[in-house]
Design a protein around this ligand. Sequence first.
Ligand code: SF4
Length: 340
Amino acid sequence: MSTSVHASHEAQFYSREGGKVRCSLCPHSCLIADGRRGLCGVRENRSGTLYSLIYGLASSIHADPIEKKPLFHFLPGSTSISLGSIGCNLFCQHCQNYSISKAKFGQFDLTELTPGDVVRYAGTTGSSSVSWTYNEPTIWHEFTTVASKAAHVAGLKTNYVTNGYIQEAPLRELKGVIDAMNIDVKAFNEGFYKKICGGTLAPVLKACEVAVELGIHVELTYLIIPEHNDSMDEISQFSKWVVDALGAEVPIHFSAFHPDYKLTNLPRTPERTLSHAYDQAKKAGAEFVYLGNILAGDKDDTRCPKCGTRVIEREGFSVRSSNLKGNRCGKCGAELNLVL
Ligand code: SF4
């Protein structure tokens, strides 16, 4: 069923402050006057009750290879029914999905879904998982959690493709609900988050740490933007933080920037920058490093960190072959960080 009129559903994670409400879903902690919406544009105060305006409303539904998220260590080679709504809680000048993340109500013919519809879409597309992606799933919390629980009952796994801009209490509610996350760490400096994204870095790093602690399978994406977050010092610091704070086994995807939205004046990321980033992360001790959005050669393959055997070979989003015994290296038997 399609609708262009936004539905509503009482939101979680808010409190009343005078005649206003304080949303505590993401670190913006918006204080929202009656009749107004938070910065994400999809949560509205109506007479002291906060509503999600996008509950069950999807802008996009596609069956994607899981590798497209990118998630390389989570059900490799599988199909994932992928859903997004509209809106975002960051304001990245380089957003590559801005037609969705910046869409206003009425600009999209939104499809109204029940959790059962999500499960049915997964079944008809042969999907092994449900991906909440395209726009920021954090701001769709009330629906993604309910539909993810339905997905689990149906034997499906679930994942978020997220900017990690979420407060700790709602993130903790995702334990046992969301199985995997690809979290964007957009830079490793606060100045970038403030100037380019309208947010802050510290809560994102905290969210990564909490997600790992909760047992959620985490992979990270770092989009390298020329002149903004491409210094090898910054990339080296980021890589060391991943290894020290999250673990050497957490996969890192360095992705190439292409000019988009408000950052059309910048060049694409040179291949040599991506290669240097790959080397920096390896030097820092990261066991699984990948390059994306370019022809990556063998830098999108998975190798056993112990013996170097190529255990998963990829071409584009396709998994061509594997040398695995369960989640162990087929040659040396080392246990690998893979969810199969
Ligand atoms: S989720 Fe939306 S309304 Fe809530 S704090 Fe974040 S930006 Fe504000």
